[in-house]
Design a protein around this ligand. Structure first.
Ligand SMILES: *[C@@H]1O[C@H](CO)[C@@H](O)[C@H](O)[C@H]1NC(C)=O
Ligand SMILES: *[C@@H]1O[C@H](CO)[C@@H](O)[C@H](O)[C@H]1NC(C)=O
Ligand SMILES: *[C@@H]1O[C@H](CO)[C@@H](O)[C@H](O)[C@H]1NC(C)=O
Ligand SMILES: *[C@@H]1O[C@H](CO)[C@@H](O)[C@H](O)[C@H]1NC(C)=O
Ligand SMILES: *[C@@H]1O[C@H](CO)[C@@H](O)[C@H](O)[C@H]1NC(C)=O
Length: 952
């Protein structure tokens, strides 16, 4: 018989009451007694005095008779508070299916682990990398499979603030000994003889397996750990609470990397789960994290010490590699239309569409041409020509051509007729058949059916497709696939999970896999069958998550190092995330913003999101208000895509005010692009509150407002017909970005602002200078060169003296430096910066001397603001302002980029200055002073700085 939890004692009573309240009609006699306070007290005393010893005695009696832990290691107790119980195998089973080394609760019918769990590993000496860990229990709770008798643990000290834990099966994988460092910000302890791993940072515990289960067997590894007793963020959630997530790339999966931020006191630490096989992560009550992976090899975790979220991001970027090629055109919208599935536009339609967008002043920078490209060995001339002409039309309109490509190949019966060397029979058919561009047979590069050896055939939009195994594909193959004779500016890879819509029979999965559930079923549903075979004979599923990476790599080999967007990736920092399969709903909008912000915080700064979703069935009339807000939110996304399927999502598909508001939002985005470009040099664009303001406790769980760089804050409408939005202030003073209306309050205070259909609350931080280019032309790149600048100076005013002010500035610059450090700014640049800082200080001191009188009046109000415009690696404009003047300096010598008559990329004239925060009597508009001027930045070629006085 299986030992079971004795009837709950005091510790679990609260939970039980909850349970009973839900079912008040079925209150039983003993519950009535328990619910009655005086009787309860008496009863509890009775329980404690008499019943409990009896129960415990009985309980000990059972277990020690039936299940002595033969190894003499920890006994484990079933007296575990309900919220802390960890499911032992499947939790909801009957008592016979519950493993004898687990506990069973007859009341809730759950099978759970003892504490400490018996499913663990032991060692006969103190842990080191060579020590073999032996299983305590011979079978595991999943299908009573055999445990792996021996596993190993390798700990790699990657850097001062990053270590990895690798639990692995030494029979199948070999792992070199981990690195050891002298100096590091963490300590770890591997307990022996019974395995338990604890990692501490310098001041707190950041990881603990907590004597929980470690299950290792064929096709299932389970590990439980704890990171914090406070809040967590990640896997698409702010905050990350009780939930289940699957790490298996599919059309509803996580696009970014599986990184969890954990808050503890005023610090953060992080964990990255490196899982190439299907993995289910369950966050349970009390923040226990249960990781179950369908693998036989092991589990690898990366731990980052922090202490700030930005430190974690820096380490993650060091691990994954980064894409430094942020090109300016990427800020422009990318447009693609699929009229009906698998039908292309004609070139005339495409030309008309592009021309109409131009007439309506809709800026965009890239287009996918007549239709997405689907690989097909049918080499009909007309099809190829159509794609080529579409690309030419896009380029003639001075836009970038970014083809959309899928990973699979259209399947035709003759592809598989392999050994038939009977030309007489084949010939008549070839005559009617279009010529083949490539032959898939000799390459043996396709995924195969598990049993027959034939190609694995999937289904996409009711068409049969086959899947190349890009991990092992020849260059020649891709060269033949790419039948188009045209240059590309980038590529956007869709459906790279890869997609397979064929019917999957998953009824009896328990017969094949020890662990399977509805979450995995959903993930498996639209991906190739789990047991398809790769070219190396292995089961497909185990390396599924890498598929997208290999597709990207093999295309790049042939098409060159162009910016590459992809819908799925595995721990890759070099690609641009392409969000796909986004539903057109208000919650879809909220999720997109949250995911983009978390993605950026996790290191994927280049992130593209489809405006107003990209699935089918868009109803213009019901969705137009949502789409308008989505366009406004998209103003602040790192990258945007307008992807039309059967319903158009481009502004031309909407009418009247809706269309106007959408076009305005797209133009606003381009006018802010100089700021975005500057921000993206040193950090993500869109940022969650916990990331940007880790020190402000009140904001940590806020997911209704987001930072855009350091200086902007957006508060999106997240509900239909919303008339108000609440903003929680991260610092005292802000201005509404377009009106200059001052918004003040204490840090953490909520301020309520009214909003209308045409509003999207955006605030600028007092103390910052935002560079805009308001004369938006038809592309981001063209606007950068042609539009003169407008500076929005948001002054931060205080009664502090000048000396205080400089101190504060030093502090801020210190922070900037830290941020730059992450991207290994080379030393030279750093010295230039320092020199400049010295110069600036002198300037300030000089000014201070001049204004001797003012300095002496203590209560005098001082205002200041600063900002930057990054133009190239060797040219940044530095702006500083106070309430009298604006000072501009150039950092770097690359004046060609703005002054060369032909070949400049940037405009060089400031035409307008808008000042927020001056005394009201100095304003010439309600809340601001507007100054029209003409400052030529090329003057800085000969002068060290330009000083512009507002009064002149
Ligand atoms: C980690 O910290 C806890 C207390 O927070 C302490 O009991 C434990 O010994 C520390 N472990 C290591 C390996 O430093
Ligand atoms: C988390 O644990 C620490 C020590 O283990 C304790 O001091 C702190 O109060 C706990 N925080 C919460 C929110 O439970
Ligand atoms: C692959 O899995 C399916 C169930 O999903 C099963 O019917 C089939 O027999 C399996 N093939 C092999 C070779 O195991
Ligand atoms: C790669 O493909 C070739 C056949 O083209 C095959 O012989 C080889 O085993 C494959 N290698 C791997 C690692 O899949
Ligand atoms: C600044 O000075 C004004 C009066 O000039 C005063 O009302 C205000 O409280 C002062 N603010 C601070 C922060 O000292």
């Amino acid at each position: 018989m299986i030992p079971h939890a004795p009837k709950p004692l005091n510790e679990t009573q609260e939970d039980d009451y909850e349970f009973e309240y839900e079912k008040t009609k079925q209150i039983r006699w003993y519950d009535k007694i328990l619910l009655n306070r005086p009787i309860k007290v008496i009863l509890i005393s009775l329980v404690v005095a008499v019943v409990a010893p009896v129960l415990i005695y009985r309980f000990l009696f059972f277990t020690s008779i039936d299940l002595p832990p033969a190894d003499g290691f920890s006994f484990g107790s079933c007296l575990v508070a309900r919220t802390l119980r960890l499911p032992c195998g499947y939790a909801n089973v009957n008592s016979e299916q519950c493993h004898p080394h687990c506990c069973y609760d007859f009341r809730s019918k759950t099978c759970f682990h003892r504490f400490p769990s018996r499913f663990s590993y032991v060692m006969d000496r103190v842990w080191d990398e060579d020590v073999v860990l032996s299983a305590r229990v011979a079978t595991i709770p999943f299908s009573f499979q055999n445990s792996l008798p021996r596993i190993k643990l390798s700990i790699d000290e990657v850097s001062k603030s990053h270590l990895s834990l690798n639990f692995y099966n030494p029979a199948l994988v070999e792992i070199p000994h981990g690195n050891r460092l002298e100096e590091k910000n963490y300590f770890y302890d591997v307990a022996s003889p019974e395995l338990n791993v604890v990692v501490n940072s310098t001041e707190r515990m950041i990881f603990n397996t907590n004597r929980g289960p470690l299950v290792a067997s064929q096709n299932i590894w389970e590990l439980t750990f704890w990171l914090t007793n406070e809040s967590m963020y990640g896997l698409g959630e702010i905050p990350l609470e009780k939930t289940t997530k699957v790490l298996y790339n599919h059309n509803g999966g996580i696009s970014g990397i599986p990184l969890i931020f954990a808050k503890s006191g005023h610090s953060y630490h992080g964990i990255l789960i490196e899982a190439v096989a299907p993995t289910v992560i369950t966050i349970r009550k009390e923040n226990q994290i249960v990781l179950r992976s369908i693998t036989s090899l092991g589990v690898k975790l990366h731990l980052f010490v922090g202490p700030k979220p930005a430190d974690i991001m820096r380490d993650v970027r060091n691990l994954l590699g980064v894409n430094k090629r942020m090109e300016y055109w990427m800020f422009g919208a990318h447009i693609c239309s699929e009229t009906t599935p698998n039908t292309a536009l004609t070139v005339t339609q495409l030309n008309n569409f592009i021309n109409t967008l131009g007439r309506q002043n809709v800026p965009f920078d890239s287009h996918c041409g007549v239709s997405p490209i689907i690989w097909d060995n049918d080499c009909t001339r007309a099809k190829i020509t159509l794609v080529n002409n579409g690309a030419r039309a896009v380029r003639n309109a001075r836009k970038r051509f970014i083809p959309h490509m899928k990973p699979y190949i259209m399947y035709h019966e003759e592809m598989e007729q392999e050994e038939e060397e009977e030309p007489d029979i084949v010939l008549p058919r070839t005559a009617t058949r279009p010529p083949a561009c490539f032959d898939v047979r000799p390459f043996r590069s396709m995924m195969l059916q598990s049993n027959s050896g034939g190609f694995y055939k999937g289904l996409v939009k009711d068409e049969k497709v086959i899947y190349p195994d890009y991990k092992n594909i020849s260059l020649e193959f891709i060269q033949k696939m790419w039948v188009y004779n045209l240059p590309i500016d980038g590529m956007l890879l869709e459906d790279t999970w890869p997609l397979d819509e064929s019917d999957k029979k998953v009824d009896n999965m328990q017969n094949y896999l020890p662990y399977f559930n509805k979450y995995l079923e959903a993930a498996f549903n639209h991906t190739p069958k789990w047991n398809a075979t790769r070219t190396d004979g292995k089961i497909y599923m185990h390396n599924h998550n890498e598929y997208g990476n290999y597709y990207v790599d093999s295309l790049k080999e042939v098409l060159g190092e162009v910016p590459t967007f992809t819908s799925s990736q595995f721990l890759s920092g070099k690609i641009i995330i392409n969000r796909q399969n986004v539903s057109t709903t208000w919650s879809g909008l909220h999720r997109e913003i949250t995911e983009a912000a978390l993605g950026g915080a996790s290191g994927n700064w280049l992130w593209s999101s489809p405006i107003c979703g990209d699935t089918e069935h868009l109803e213009i009339n019901t969705h137009n208000n949502l789409c308008v807000k989505w366009y406004m939110a998209a103003t602040y996304m790192p990258m945007i895509k307008i992807h039309s399927r059967d319903g158009g999502r481009d502004p031309l598909s909407f009418e009247g005010t809706h269309r106007t508001l959408m076009i305005n939002a797209m133009r606003t985005r381009i006018s802010l692009a100089p700021y975005f470009y500057t921000v993206l040099q040193n950090g993500p664009l869109l940022r969650p509150m916990f990331f940007q303001y880790p020190e402000i406790d009140q904001l940590k769980d806020t997911s209704t407002q987001f930072s855009v760089g350091n200086d902007l804050l957006i508060v999106p409408n997240l509900q239909p017909s919303q008339s108000h939005v609440h903003v929680w202030l991260p610092s005292e003073s802000w201005y509404e970005l377009w009106s200059g209306l001052k918004i003040e309050g204490n840090v953490g205070d909520a301020v309520t602002m009214t909003t209308t259909e045409s509003d999207f609350l955006t605030m600028v931080r007092a103390g910052s200078i935002i560079v805009l280019q308001k004369d938006v032309t038809l592309t981001a790149v063209d606007t950068r060169l042609r539009s003169q600048y407008s500076l929005t100076i948001a002054l931060k005013c205080s009664n502090e003296t000048l000396i205080d002010e400089t101190e504060e500035e030093d502090e801020e610059e210190g922070e900037d430096e830290e941020e730059e450090g992450e991207d290994k700014v080379d030393e030279g640049e750093e010295t230039v910066r320092k020199q400049h800082r010295m110069k600036q200080k002198e300037v300030i001191e000089e000014e201070a001397d001049e204004n001797e009188e003012e300095k002496n009046t203590e209560t005098d109000i001082k205002c200041h603001a600063k900002g930057e415009l990054f133009m190239s690696e060797s040219m940044t404009m530095i702006f500083k302002a106070d309430d009298k003047s604006l000072t501009i300096q150039a950092e770097g010598e690359d004046f060609d980029i703005l002054c060369k008559p032909s070949g400049a990329l940037w405009a060089n004239v400031i035409r307008e200055i808008i000042l927020y925060g001056l005394n009201a009597d100095l304003n010439n508009f309600d809340n601001f002073k507007q100054i029209r001027t003409s400052i030529n930045l090329c003057q800085l070629q000969t002068e060290t700085q330009i000083v512009f006085y507002y009064d002149d």
